[in-house]
Design a protein around this ligand. Structure first.
Ligand code: ADP
Ligand code: TRP
Length: 321
Protein backbone atom coordinates (compact mmCIF):
# COMPACT_ATOMS: atom_id res chain seq x y z
CA UNK A 1 0.00 0.00 0.00
CA UNK A 2 1.32 3.39 -0.98
CA UNK A 3 0.50 6.47 1.11
CA UNK A 4 1.16 10.07 0.10
CA UNK A 5 0.64 13.39 1.82
CA UNK A 6 2.19 16.84 2.06
CA UNK A 7 2.22 19.73 4.48
CA UNK A 8 2.85 23.34 3.55
CA UNK A 9 5.85 24.99 5.21
CA UNK A 10 3.82 28.06 6.03
CA UNK A 11 4.47 28.11 9.78
CA UNK A 12 5.14 25.81 12.71
CA UNK A 13 3.53 22.42 13.10
CA UNK A 14 0.55 22.46 15.46
CA UNK A 15 -1.79 20.02 17.20
CA UNK A 16 -4.29 20.28 14.31
CA UNK A 17 -1.63 19.09 11.87
CA UNK A 18 -0.62 16.31 14.25
CA UNK A 19 -4.08 14.86 14.89
CA UNK A 20 -5.43 15.65 11.41
CA UNK A 21 -2.49 14.31 9.46
CA UNK A 22 0.78 13.30 11.14
CA UNK A 23 -0.62 10.79 13.59
CA UNK A 24 -2.11 8.95 10.63
CA UNK A 25 1.22 9.02 8.78
CA UNK A 26 2.81 7.37 11.80
CA UNK A 27 0.08 4.73 12.02
CA UNK A 28 0.48 3.88 8.35
CA UNK A 29 4.23 3.69 8.80
CA UNK A 30 3.78 1.26 11.66
CA UNK A 31 1.51 -0.93 9.58
CA UNK A 32 4.32 -1.38 7.05
CA UNK A 33 2.93 0.86 4.28
CA UNK A 34 5.20 2.72 1.88
CA UNK A 35 5.06 6.44 2.67
CA UNK A 36 5.75 9.44 0.44
CA UNK A 37 5.61 12.53 2.64
CA UNK A 38 6.67 15.89 1.31
CA UNK A 39 7.23 19.50 2.26
CA UNK A 40 4.80 21.37 -0.02
CA UNK A 41 7.08 24.34 -0.64
CA UNK A 42 5.64 25.12 -4.09
CA UNK A 43 2.19 25.38 -2.54
CA UNK A 44 3.57 27.69 0.14
CA UNK A 45 4.67 30.09 -2.62
CA UNK A 46 1.00 30.96 -3.11
CA UNK A 47 1.26 32.95 0.11
CA UNK A 48 4.95 33.21 1.10
CA UNK A 49 6.87 36.17 -0.27
CA UNK A 50 9.99 35.85 1.88
CA UNK A 51 12.75 33.47 0.78
CA UNK A 52 14.54 33.17 4.10
CA UNK A 53 11.34 32.48 5.94
CA UNK A 54 10.24 29.83 3.44
CA UNK A 55 13.61 28.13 3.72
CA UNK A 56 13.47 28.13 7.52
CA UNK A 57 9.89 26.85 7.58
CA UNK A 58 10.71 24.12 5.06
CA UNK A 59 13.62 22.95 7.15
CA UNK A 60 11.53 22.98 10.31
CA UNK A 61 8.68 20.96 8.80
CA UNK A 62 11.17 18.36 7.56
CA UNK A 63 12.93 18.30 10.97
CA UNK A 64 9.53 17.90 12.63
CA UNK A 65 8.75 14.89 10.41
CA UNK A 66 12.02 13.25 11.41
CA UNK A 67 11.69 14.20 15.09
CA UNK A 68 8.21 12.69 15.28
CA UNK A 69 9.55 9.41 13.94
CA UNK A 70 8.83 9.45 10.22
CA UNK A 71 11.90 7.46 9.29
CA UNK A 72 12.81 4.02 8.00
CA UNK A 73 13.32 2.23 4.73
CA UNK A 74 9.73 2.57 3.55
CA UNK A 75 9.32 6.25 4.39
CA UNK A 76 10.41 8.74 1.76
CA UNK A 77 10.62 12.37 2.85
CA UNK A 78 11.19 14.97 0.15
CA UNK A 79 10.74 18.54 -0.94
CA UNK A 80 8.03 19.09 -3.53
CA UNK A 81 10.34 21.42 -5.46
CA UNK A 82 12.87 18.58 -5.86
CA UNK A 83 10.47 16.72 -8.17
CA UNK A 84 9.84 19.19 -11.01
CA UNK A 85 7.85 16.59 -12.98
CA UNK A 86 4.95 17.62 -10.77
CA UNK A 87 4.90 20.98 -12.51
CA UNK A 88 4.60 19.41 -15.92
CA UNK A 89 1.68 17.28 -14.78
CA UNK A 90 0.20 20.42 -13.21
CA UNK A 91 0.09 21.98 -16.68
CA UNK A 92 -1.33 18.85 -18.29
CA UNK A 93 -4.10 18.64 -15.69
CA UNK A 94 -4.85 22.34 -15.90
CA UNK A 95 -5.66 21.84 -19.58
CA UNK A 96 -8.29 19.30 -18.51
CA UNK A 97 -9.74 21.30 -15.63
CA UNK A 98 -12.90 23.33 -16.27
CA UNK A 99 -12.73 26.81 -14.74
CA UNK A 100 -15.95 26.05 -12.86
CA UNK A 101 -14.29 23.19 -10.97
CA UNK A 102 -11.82 25.60 -9.41
CA UNK A 103 -14.33 28.39 -8.99
CA UNK A 104 -16.24 26.11 -6.65
CA UNK A 105 -13.19 25.41 -4.46
CA UNK A 106 -13.94 26.64 -0.97
CA UNK A 107 -10.34 26.93 0.20
CA UNK A 108 -9.65 29.62 -2.43
CA UNK A 109 -12.74 31.55 -1.41
CA UNK A 110 -11.89 31.18 2.29
CA UNK A 111 -8.33 32.35 1.84
CA UNK A 112 -9.35 35.38 -0.19
CA UNK A 113 -12.05 36.17 2.36
CA UNK A 114 -9.31 36.11 5.01
CA UNK A 115 -7.49 38.79 3.07
CA UNK A 116 -4.90 36.71 1.18
CA UNK A 117 -3.92 37.96 -2.26
CA UNK A 118 -6.06 36.33 -4.95
CA UNK A 119 -3.15 35.31 -7.21
CA UNK A 120 -3.41 32.76 -10.04
CA UNK A 121 -1.25 30.29 -8.10
CA UNK A 122 -3.72 30.30 -5.24
CA UNK A 123 -6.55 29.67 -7.69
CA UNK A 124 -4.58 26.85 -9.29
CA UNK A 125 -3.66 25.32 -5.89
CA UNK A 126 -5.97 22.26 -6.17
CA UNK A 127 -4.52 21.31 -9.57
CA UNK A 128 -0.98 21.37 -8.26
CA UNK A 129 -2.15 19.23 -5.37
CA UNK A 130 -3.77 16.78 -7.83
CA UNK A 131 -0.44 16.63 -9.69
CA UNK A 132 1.47 15.89 -6.45
CA UNK A 133 -0.83 12.98 -5.85
CA UNK A 134 -1.47 11.51 -9.28
CA UNK A 135 2.17 11.48 -10.31
CA UNK A 136 2.98 9.09 -7.47
CA UNK A 137 0.02 6.71 -7.95
CA UNK A 138 -0.72 6.33 -4.23
CA UNK A 139 -3.59 4.31 -2.77
CA UNK A 140 -4.46 6.55 0.18
CA UNK A 141 -4.07 10.19 1.16
CA UNK A 142 -4.19 10.88 4.92
CA UNK A 143 -5.34 14.47 5.49
CA UNK A 144 -7.62 16.53 7.72
CA UNK A 145 -11.25 17.15 6.79
CA UNK A 146 -10.47 20.57 5.27
CA UNK A 147 -8.72 18.78 2.39
CA UNK A 148 -11.73 16.70 1.38
CA UNK A 149 -12.71 18.90 -1.55
CA UNK A 150 -9.15 18.99 -2.87
CA UNK A 151 -9.17 15.22 -3.01
CA UNK A 152 -12.51 15.21 -4.82
CA UNK A 153 -11.00 17.56 -7.41
CA UNK A 154 -8.02 15.21 -7.70
CA UNK A 155 -10.27 12.24 -8.38
CA UNK A 156 -12.31 14.27 -10.87
CA UNK A 157 -9.20 15.20 -12.82
CA UNK A 158 -7.92 11.62 -12.79
CA UNK A 159 -11.24 10.39 -14.15
CA UNK A 160 -11.21 13.03 -16.86
CA UNK A 161 -7.70 12.07 -17.86
CA UNK A 162 -8.53 8.37 -17.92
CA UNK A 163 -11.69 8.82 -19.96
CA UNK A 164 -9.89 10.93 -22.58
CA UNK A 165 -6.58 9.10 -22.81
CA UNK A 166 -7.30 5.61 -21.44
CA UNK A 167 -6.88 4.09 -17.93
CA UNK A 168 -3.64 5.58 -16.63
CA UNK A 169 -4.08 7.35 -13.30
CA UNK A 170 -5.02 5.57 -10.09
CA UNK A 171 -7.90 7.19 -8.16
CA UNK A 172 -6.65 7.69 -4.58
CA UNK A 173 -8.84 7.35 -1.49
CA UNK A 174 -8.86 10.14 1.11
CA UNK A 175 -8.14 8.94 4.64
CA UNK A 176 -9.74 11.41 7.03
CA UNK A 177 -9.57 10.60 10.75
CA UNK A 178 -12.98 10.04 12.33
CA UNK A 179 -11.98 10.72 15.92
CA UNK A 180 -11.00 14.32 15.20
CA UNK A 181 -12.22 15.68 11.93
CA UNK A 182 -11.23 19.21 12.92
CA UNK A 183 -9.05 20.14 15.89
CA UNK A 184 -10.23 23.43 17.43
CA UNK A 185 -7.79 26.28 17.99
CA UNK A 186 -7.43 28.42 21.10
CA UNK A 187 -10.37 30.59 19.95
CA UNK A 188 -12.66 27.66 19.11
CA UNK A 189 -12.29 28.05 15.32
CA UNK A 190 -10.39 25.44 13.27
CA UNK A 191 -6.78 25.44 14.48
CA UNK A 192 -4.77 26.92 11.61
CA UNK A 193 -1.46 28.70 11.05
CA UNK A 194 -3.34 31.42 9.26
CA UNK A 195 -5.70 32.16 12.16
CA UNK A 196 -3.09 32.74 14.89
CA UNK A 197 -4.88 30.26 17.16
CA UNK A 198 -2.42 27.38 17.15
CA UNK A 199 -0.73 25.32 19.84
CA UNK A 200 2.67 24.56 18.37
CA UNK A 201 4.26 21.20 19.09
CA UNK A 202 7.84 22.45 18.86
CA UNK A 203 7.51 25.95 20.34
CA UNK A 204 9.71 26.97 23.29
CA UNK A 205 8.10 25.95 26.54
CA UNK A 206 7.27 29.56 27.47
CA UNK A 207 5.55 30.17 24.13
CA UNK A 208 3.70 26.86 24.38
CA UNK A 209 2.49 27.79 27.85
CA UNK A 210 1.20 31.13 26.59
CA UNK A 211 -0.66 29.43 23.77
CA UNK A 212 -2.32 26.94 26.12
CA UNK A 213 -3.24 29.68 28.62
CA UNK A 214 -4.86 31.61 25.75
CA UNK A 215 -7.53 28.92 25.18
CA UNK A 216 -10.92 30.56 25.43
CA UNK A 217 -13.13 29.55 28.37
CA UNK A 218 -16.12 31.07 30.11
CA UNK A 219 -15.67 32.90 33.41
CA UNK A 220 -16.95 30.32 35.90
CA UNK A 221 -14.76 30.72 39.01
CA UNK A 222 -12.81 27.82 40.50
CA UNK A 223 -14.78 25.69 42.93
CA UNK A 224 -17.92 25.52 40.85
CA UNK A 225 -18.81 22.61 38.57
CA UNK A 226 -17.69 23.05 34.96
CA UNK A 227 -19.29 21.65 31.81
CA UNK A 228 -16.51 19.60 30.24
CA UNK A 229 -18.54 18.92 27.08
CA UNK A 230 -18.47 22.62 26.21
CA UNK A 231 -14.87 23.27 27.26
CA UNK A 232 -12.20 23.74 24.60
CA UNK A 233 -9.43 22.79 27.03
CA UNK A 234 -11.14 19.48 27.63
CA UNK A 235 -11.73 18.87 23.92
CA UNK A 236 -8.03 19.24 23.24
CA UNK A 237 -7.04 17.23 26.32
CA UNK A 238 -9.21 14.36 25.07
CA UNK A 239 -7.06 14.01 21.99
CA UNK A 240 -3.99 13.34 24.10
CA UNK A 241 -5.42 11.37 27.01
CA UNK A 242 -6.30 7.75 27.65
CA UNK A 243 -9.93 6.93 28.34
CA UNK A 244 -9.24 6.64 32.07
CA UNK A 245 -7.50 10.04 32.16
CA UNK A 246 -10.38 11.57 30.24
CA UNK A 247 -12.94 10.16 32.70
CA UNK A 248 -10.88 11.32 35.64
CA UNK A 249 -10.67 14.91 34.38
CA UNK A 250 -14.37 14.91 33.45
CA UNK A 251 -15.17 13.94 37.04
CA UNK A 252 -13.00 16.76 38.36
CA UNK A 253 -14.83 19.22 36.09
CA UNK A 254 -18.17 17.93 37.33
CA UNK A 255 -17.41 18.18 41.02
CA UNK A 256 -15.68 21.55 40.84
CA UNK A 257 -12.28 20.15 41.83
CA UNK A 258 -10.47 21.95 38.98
CA UNK A 259 -10.74 25.48 37.63
CA UNK A 260 -9.91 26.41 34.04
CA UNK A 261 -6.39 27.47 35.04
CA UNK A 262 -5.73 24.02 36.54
CA UNK A 263 -7.18 22.30 33.50
CA UNK A 264 -4.88 24.30 31.25
CA UNK A 265 -1.86 23.32 33.35
CA UNK A 266 -2.91 19.66 33.13
CA UNK A 267 -3.20 20.01 29.35
CA UNK A 268 0.21 21.68 29.11
CA UNK A 269 1.83 18.88 31.13
CA UNK A 270 0.17 16.33 28.87
CA UNK A 271 1.48 18.02 25.72
CA UNK A 272 4.98 18.21 27.15
CA UNK A 273 4.87 14.55 28.19
CA UNK A 274 3.57 13.32 24.85
CA UNK A 275 5.92 15.34 22.68
CA UNK A 276 8.91 15.52 25.06
CA UNK A 277 11.12 13.05 23.17
CA UNK A 278 10.19 14.55 19.79
CA UNK A 279 10.89 18.05 21.10
CA UNK A 280 14.36 16.99 22.25
CA UNK A 281 15.08 15.35 18.90
CA UNK A 282 13.87 18.46 17.07
CA UNK A 283 16.33 20.64 19.01
CA UNK A 284 19.13 18.21 18.20
CA UNK A 285 18.25 18.35 14.48
CA UNK A 286 18.12 22.10 14.56
CA UNK A 287 21.72 22.07 15.74
CA UNK A 288 22.67 19.57 13.08
CA UNK A 289 20.75 20.57 9.94
CA UNK A 290 22.99 18.47 7.68
CA UNK A 291 21.27 15.35 9.01
CA UNK A 292 17.90 16.60 7.77
CA UNK A 293 19.32 17.82 4.47
CA UNK A 294 20.77 14.37 3.83
CA UNK A 295 17.42 12.69 4.44
CA UNK A 296 15.71 15.15 2.07
CA UNK A 297 18.34 14.69 -0.62
CA UNK A 298 18.05 10.90 -0.49
CA UNK A 299 14.26 11.07 -0.35
CA UNK A 300 14.17 13.51 -3.26
CA UNK A 301 16.26 11.17 -5.42
CA UNK A 302 13.98 8.21 -4.65
CA UNK A 303 10.82 10.24 -5.22
CA UNK A 304 12.19 11.49 -8.50
CA UNK A 305 12.77 8.05 -9.97
CA UNK A 306 9.03 7.49 -9.46
CA UNK A 307 7.92 10.83 -10.89
CA UNK A 308 10.17 10.51 -13.96
CA UNK A 309 8.91 6.99 -14.64
CA UNK A 310 5.24 7.88 -14.22
CA UNK A 311 5.45 11.13 -16.17
CA UNK A 312 6.92 9.25 -19.14
CA UNK A 313 3.80 7.07 -19.31
CA UNK A 314 1.53 10.14 -19.05
CA UNK A 315 3.44 11.99 -21.77
CA UNK A 316 3.15 9.07 -24.11
CA UNK A 317 -0.61 8.78 -23.56
CA UNK A 318 -1.25 12.41 -24.40
CA UNK A 319 0.96 12.48 -27.45
CA UNK A 320 3.95 14.38 -26.14
CA UNK A 321 6.41 11.85 -27.48
P1 ADP B 1 -2.90 25.12 8.31
O1 ADP B 1 -4.41 25.23 8.18
O2 ADP B 1 -2.46 25.37 9.69
O3 ADP B 1 -2.17 25.95 7.28
P2 ADP B 1 -2.17 22.94 6.63
O4 ADP B 1 -3.15 23.44 5.61
O5 ADP B 1 -0.73 23.07 6.34
O6 ADP B 1 -2.54 23.63 8.01
O7 ADP B 1 -2.52 21.43 6.94
C1 ADP B 1 -1.64 20.34 6.91
C2 ADP B 1 -2.42 19.08 7.27
O8 ADP B 1 -2.96 19.21 8.59
C3 ADP B 1 -3.63 18.82 6.36
O9 ADP B 1 -3.79 17.43 6.18
C4 ADP B 1 -4.77 19.40 7.14
O10 ADP B 1 -6.00 18.79 6.79
C5 ADP B 1 -4.37 19.07 8.57
N1 ADP B 1 -4.95 20.04 9.51
C6 ADP B 1 -4.61 21.35 9.62
N2 ADP B 1 -5.32 21.95 10.58
C7 ADP B 1 -6.15 21.01 11.10
C8 ADP B 1 -7.14 21.01 12.14
N3 ADP B 1 -7.39 22.10 12.84
N4 ADP B 1 -7.79 19.85 12.40
C9 ADP B 1 -7.52 18.73 11.69
N5 ADP B 1 -6.59 18.65 10.71
C10 ADP B 1 -5.92 19.77 10.40
N1 TRP C 1 -3.11 21.33 0.55
C1 TRP C 1 -2.52 20.59 1.62
C2 TRP C 1 -2.72 21.40 2.93
O1 TRP C 1 -2.87 22.57 2.91
C3 TRP C 1 -1.05 20.32 1.41
C4 TRP C 1 -0.83 19.45 0.23
C5 TRP C 1 -0.25 19.80 -0.96
C6 TRP C 1 -1.19 18.07 0.12
N2 TRP C 1 -0.20 18.75 -1.80
C7 TRP C 1 -0.76 17.67 -1.19
C8 TRP C 1 -1.79 17.16 0.97
C9 TRP C 1 -0.98 16.37 -1.63
C10 TRP C 1 -2.02 15.87 0.50
C11 TRP C 1 -1.61 15.47 -0.78
O2 TRP C 1 -2.69 20.82 3.94
Amino acid sequence: MRILSGIQPSGSLHLGNYFGALEQFLNFQQSGAELFIFVADLHALTTSKNGEELQRNSFEIAAAFVALGLTGDHTILYRQSDVPEVLELNWILSCLAPMGLLERAVSFKDKVAQGLEANVGLFNYPILQAADILIMQPDKIPVGKDQKQHLEITRDLAEKFNSKFGETLKLPEPEIPKKVAVVPGTDGEKMSKSYGNTIEIFADEAVLKKQVMKIKTDSTPKGQPLDYAKCLVFQIFKLLATEAEEKDLAEKYRNGEVGYGDAKQILLDKILAKFGPARAKFEELRKNPAQVEKILAEGGAKARTETVKNLAVIREKIGLQ
